[in-house]
Design a protein around this ligand. Structure first.
Ligand code: ATP
Length: 517
């Protein structure tokens, strides 16, 4: 099967608003992959790779090439010829390059792959390699497509994807081996699973209304503003502790003190969920950048500067010594976590009263933390969904928005791309609607970085405005949302400023106009 077939399907999915049509197009492509005439292992790889590519994810996770390495590409081919498995082979080879001379070899590999790609394929491959999720199908349509193509229940696909982390292997199991194989997919220690996400409410009282019964106690957790971390401990494995981010990237090597903390736990095998954060001598959190520096994402230039140690906090336990806990009610998981790691549990109170919950919220804010997460003691670990199981409450107004354009700076900032144009999603669509601009909160290093980043995403210019492909998510703080006649969504942000660029979210996860309202 050709790469062009994946791109054609992605284009069809993007072009139609009908959910059914999207699901049909994706299911058709998956069925076609599963029907290819190949030996079993190759067929497995084809279905897996096709599903991952349709999701916009790279099966290799990263191949050591960023958008910088993709700015100058060879002339495109006239006719499509690249096969999906061939692309997969080339990317695997690229990912394996390391050591002296690898930069040149990598550039040569990029030249080889892109020289064989048509202009459409080049554009699409850049998106895939740099992890721009916008071109990928969302779970909302891809998972039903896997279920349809394989003739299996969607709930089973959803659960398998949560436990396996990625869609590719689940699609291969479902399409090639059917329902029984799907049901056999379990949590595996060492393989990241999708993290549980939180819903959001403006205050504690409203967060408490999610309880089925007002007398039920809830846990009120401190919401730390650090980095989400999933830790896997397996003393028999070659690498006994492995650490993964919210987007399932492995960052074990960057956080040795966290590895040590996990190694000290009295267990042989465990999967833990938590947050790490850099604290000052008084135990107050450093600004997010200090923690962010430790995982040094490419989108964070300040990142490289500091190496302040981080403290490990845990809030969930998903597996312990042979026992999976994901389906257990939260209170069972918490009890097991308290017994395993009493010193590492995130500060939390369990209470049935609003007064006590609110008092704790105030205390947490006074200690410099971001807010609280109110948790239902009966909820299972429902990965990948924003539900009533976890509800976050934070007073600072922030939003994750997509950069759609940038203006050239003047004066001290001339020659730099400065004022960024911010857009939110129109609910239920992929449409992006501008809600404001900002040039505040940017350090010199950040300006430097964003100038290069946005030139790499440039589509065209209009006067001093550089329009860009809407692919970079930025976290913005603002004071208020006001009505606006100038902006097409009817609202504008007041006093918007940049908190950080986010690598762990794609534009499909950006906030909507409704979230802002
Ligand atoms: P945000 O930008 O508000 O951190 P998000 O979109 O990254 O949100 P959500 O699922 O909405 O993720 O919010 C939960 C996030 O809060 C988790 O991903 C985690 O990083 C962080 N967090 C901090 N403390 C806790 C806690 N005690 N329990 C759960 N999540 C926590």
């Amino acid at each position: 099967m050709q790469l062009a077939r994946v791109i054609e399907t992605s284009t069809t999915v993007a072009a139609t608003r009908s959910r059914l049509a999207k699901v049909d197009a994706l299911a058709e492509a998956l069925r076609e992959a599963a029907a290819a005439d190949l030996p079993a292992t190759e067929l497995e790889r084809l279905v897996r790779t096709t599903a991952d590519h349709l999701a916009g994810t790279l099966p290799q996770r990263t191949v050591g090439v960023g958008y910088r390495g993709l700015r100058e590409l060879p002339d495109p081919a006239d006719e499509p010829s690249l096969q999906i498995l061939e692309v997969d082979d080339l990317l695997t080879a690229m990912a394996a390059l390391a050591g002296p001379g690898s930069a040149g070899a990598r550039a040569a590999a990029v030249g080889e792959l892109f020289g064989r790609a048509t202009a459409d394929e080049q554009r699409w491959l850049v998106g895939l390699i740099t992890g721009e999720l916008r071109q990928g199908a969302s779970d909302g349509v891809l998972l039903p497509a896997v279920a349809t193509a394989a003739g299996v229940p969607e709930a089973l696909v959803r659960r398998a994807v949560m436990l396996a982390g990625f869609t590719g292997p689940v699609a291969a199991a479902a399409l090639l081996h059917g329902e029984a194989a799907l049901a056999e997919i379990r949590l595996e220690v060492g393989r990241p699973l999708r993290p549980m996400l939180a819903g959001s409410e403006p205050d504690v009282a409203t967060a408490l209304t999610h309880r089925r019964d007002p007398g039920t106690p809830v846990a009120v957790d401190t919401k730390l503003d650090g980095i989400r971390l999933q830790a896997h401990l397996d003393r028999d494995a070659e690498v006994p502790v492995r650490l993964f981010t919210r987007s399932l990237d492995e960052i074990t090597d960057r956080l040795p003190e966290v590895v040590d903390a996990v190694l000290r736990l009295p267990a042989d095998r465990a999967v833990l969920d938590g947050e790490v954060v850099a604290l000052d001598a008084d135990g107050r959190p450093h600004p997010f950048q200090v923690t962010g520096a430790r995982t040094a994402s490419s989108a964070d230039p300040q990142a490289l500067a500091g190496r302040t140690p981080v403290t490990t906090f845990l809030f969930d336990l998903l597996h312990l010594d042979g026992r999976d806990l994901v389906d257990e009610p939260a209170h069972v998981r918490w009890e097991a976590l308290d017994a395993l790691a009493p010193d590492l549990v995130v500060p939390r109170v369990v209470t049935a009263t609003e007064a006590e919950a609110t008092a704790f919220f105030e205390e947490v804010l006074a200690a410099g933390h971001e807010g609280v997460v109110v948790k239902d003691p009966d909820a299972p670990y429902a990965a990948g969904r924003r539900g009533a199981g976890w509800v976050k409450v934070k007073p600072r107004r922030t939003a994750d928005l997509v950069v759609v354009g940038v203006e050239w700076g003047s004066g001290r900032r001339s020659g730099k791309l400065s004022n960024i144009h911010l857009a939110a999603r129109r609910p239920g669509t992929d449409e992006l609607v501008m809600v404001g601009k900002t040039f505040k909160g940017m350090t010199d290093a950040l300006l430097e970085w964003q100038t290069e980043r946005f030139l790499g995403l440039e589509t065209h210019r209009e006067g001093y405005v550089v329009h860009v492909r809407p692919e970079q998510v930025v976290e913005i703080a603002y004071d208020a949302v006001q009505t606006s006649r100038r902006y097409p969504g009817g609202i504008a942000l007041r006093f918007a400023r940049v908190l950080r660029y986010r690598d762990d979210k794609g534009p499909a996860e950006a906030d909507t106009l409704d979230d802002l309202r």
